[in-house]
Design a protein around this ligand. Structure first.
Ligand code: WTA
Length: 653
């Protein structure tokens, strides 16, 4: 790991501060006094604080006996002895009061709208859960979901949770190969998919990709359950089952499987600094508690809210703030199948006005791309229903923050910039909007009960404002990952290998300002963040290396105005560089990576070079490559470079 280098210069000079309006603060459930009391309680008695939250916020079939078992740290177990069901907490417990309230408002790619009340959603989830049981799926079995963004995806997650099966959602943009790797690692017995899905007016052939993945391996898969969204796919009569043939006739009641608090609720594969994505494993009780309380605190939920999180269910944000958090809190949410720019750049604003969205949660990359289209488009729409705006997934630059606040929020909506990760399960550092001032570019302070700190390379706390360090969490928290699927060693090494089993190392650099506010500086490992999506440089490198024309490849991120980070690959070819350039190999390689990993991993630029910069001991000089990617021509330490002459090629000149 290299030294922490602050890369977002503009962020560091930002000093403006925005307090919530008196009216907003007065109507907030969590005002500054109550927040102070929560923080005090959490600081005095970490476990007692979480025990009280768990007992009051979730419904348990059997109460827990022990709040935290840390005897096998870092394999922590929360709420030991307690039994619950996540789907019961998301659906059944709301029925007495909210059966007729909308749970989901779904707008599809074409703009058609469908609604599900809590009673309807409950009934359909029960039917699907019964169908899964009829297909032989039991508690603990893994089910891979490869579905379009929509109600069926939420239902599938809930149905798995209902019967204690472990879901693993794979983002619909991932390739057959990526899907295959995840299915095999999880040992899934069932895949739930759709024939095809519309996305931005285009057809995404999900089932074809599943077929491809399964012909290449995946011997654990017995059945494929196919939801018909568009029509027109080939079915294997021995293996594939239509959703409409097996789900609608099932009973609309389904007894939930009561599981131990630490029973895995789901796996979600995410990129790290090695070539293989890891299956981040989350528990039922701890995870659900984190999703539930963070949602209440950070989004300041109030009766009548319409919440819209634009994340796809293929990412952790779609798990915690589409499937579990909103439903566990019994609120109404909008879900959307499409993309922000289809049929035009007004899509989001039109939808906010049409559905009277009050809380809107999206990613900086979307904000930046819509900001570029100008103020006029959002100003054409009545956005007065908005009360609160959120940001997630990557650092938000102050310019985008201020535009979001002024143009979308009309200057009246607080912005909650939320820092967290697939591994943390729920928001960790974010403002409590009715109780705190916000600053553009800062995710502010850790939530109550979250002990985030900044330490130096030796693990010593960084006390000085403005000094960068490693972001760590020094006490376990309920929604933390419990392990990496089938790989405890990797779990311990990756997150707890540096400062011992008590200190979770997040992989981000951060610093604090004079008010103690946190400013995230970005990843300090070989993880890229492209449009808010996590990708490992090694994953892209191994995809490149698998091409016959490639001898060696190194991949770095470089700043990108819209995407946050773009992918730059340096490639050494077998044979002549000139011939490869003539044959337009860079373009072929970009497509190659997209076909192997998925379109989000398509490199933005490929530079063919005669050699990679290496030290005399043979290590690729990644820091030099990153500097080259950033266009820095300032003196680099190239004294250890084996072949200084290649610098010009690296710079693309
Ligand atoms: C980055 C997404 C700055 C960070 C929820 C983290 C952020 C990685 C923010 C996790 C934020 C997420 N400000 N950076 N508000 N939120 N990140 O697992 O680098 O897809 O480590 O989880 O995104 O990405 P993941």
């Amino acid at each position: 790991m290299e030294a922490v280098v602050p890369e977002i210069e503009s962020v560091l000079h930002e000093t403006r501060s925005f307090a919530p309006s008196a009216a907003f603060a007065a109507a907030s459930a969590l005002d500054s006094q109550r927040l102070a009391a929560l923080r005090r309680r959490a600081a005095q008695d970490h476990e007692g604080f979480w025990a009280q939250q768990a007992a009051t916020q979730l419904d348990w079939q059997r109460p827990f006996d022990l709040t935290l078992d840390d005897s096998a740290a870092p394999h922590y177990r929360w709420f030991v002895g307690g039994r619950l069901n996540a789907s019961y907490n998301c659906l059944d417990r709301h029925l007495p009061e909210r059966a007729a309230q909308d749970a989901l408002i779904f707008e599809n790619d074409d703009g058609d709208v469908q609604r599900w009340t809590y009673a309807q959603l409950h009934a359909e989830v029960c039917q699907l859960a019964n169908a899964l049981r009829a297909l032989g799926i039991d508690k603990g079995d893994r089910v891979v979901l490869y579905l379009p963004m929509g109600p069926q995806a939420v239902m599938a997650m809930q149905a798995c949770a209902r019967i204690g099966a472990i879901h693993s959602v794979v983002f619909g943009g991932f390739s057959a190969e990526s899907l295959k790797d995840r299915i095999e690692d999880a040992g899934a017995r069932l895949v739930i998919t759709a024939d095809a899905a519309p996305r931005g007016g285009k057809r995404v052939a999900l089932k074809t990709t599943v077929d491809l993945a399964l012909t290449e391996g995946c011997s654990s898969v017995e059945r494929v359950l196919v939801y018909q969204r568009l029509g027109g796919c080939v079915m294997d009569p021995m293996r594939d089952v239509w959703w409409h043939d097996v789900v609608p006739q099932q009973p609309t009641q389904c007894e939930p499987e009561w599981v131990e608090s630490s029973h895995p609720l789901f796996l979600l594969y995410t990129s790290g600094s090695t070539g293989r994505p890891k299956g981040v494993q989350h528990s039922t009780g701890g995870y659900l508690l984190g999703a539930t309380v963070s949602m209440q605190w950070v989004f300041d939920l109030r009766p009548g809210d319409v919440f819209w999180c634009t994340a796809d269910i293929g990412w952790i944000t779609g798990h915690s703030y589409v499937s579990y958090g909103p439903l566990s809190n019994g609120i109404t949410q909008l879900i959307f199948e499409g993309i922000p720019t289809y049929p035009d750049g007004e899509r989001f604003w039109r939808m906010i006005a049409a559905h009277k969205v009050s809380i809107f949660y999206t990613a900086p990359t979307a904000i930046r791309s819509l900001m570029r289209l100008g103020d006029e488009l959002p100003l054409r729409h009545d956005l007065s229903s908005l009360r609160l705006l959120g940001s997630v997934g990557e650092p938000i630059n102050p310019e985008a923050w201020l535009w979001y606040q002024r143009v979308i929020g009309g200057g009246r909506c607080p912005i909650v910039d939320t820092w967290w990760q697939t591994e943390t399960g729920a928001i960790m550092i974010a403002p409590i909007p009715g109780a705190m001032a916000t600053k553009p570019g800062s995710c502010t302070l850790p939530l109550p009960g979250i002990c985030a700190e900044i330490v130096d390379e030796d693990g010593q706390p960084v006390t000085q404002a403005g000094q960068g360090g490693l972001l760590v969490v020094t006490k376990p928290w309920p929604s933390m990952l419990t392990t990496v699927w089938n790989n405890d060693e990797r779990f311990r090494d990756t997150y707890f290998g540096r400062f011992g089993p008590r200190v979770y190392v997040a992989g981000d650099g951060a610093q604090r300002d004079d008010d103690g506010y946190f400013w995230i500086l970005g990843r300090i490992d070989d993880v890229l963040n492209v449009s808010g999506h996590r990708l490992g440089t090694m994953e892209v490198e191994s995809a490149l290396a698998a091409h016959e024309a490639v001898a060696e490849a190194a991949v770095v991120g470089r700043p990108h105005e819209i995407k946050g980070e773009a992918i730059l690959a340096f490639v050494v070819v077998r044979g002549s560089r000139e011939a490869a350039l003539k044959a337009d190999l860079p373009r072929e390689l970009r497509d190659w990576v997209a076909s192997r990993l998925g379109a989000i991993a398509r490199p933005d630029e490929i530079r063919l070079v005669e050699a990679l910069p290496k030290t005399r001991s043979g290590k690729i000089m990644r820091r030099l490559l990153r500097a080259v990617g950033r266009g820095e021509t300032a003196a680099q330490d190239t004294s250890t470079l084996e072949n200084p002459a290649i610098l010009d090629q690296l710079r693309g000149s």
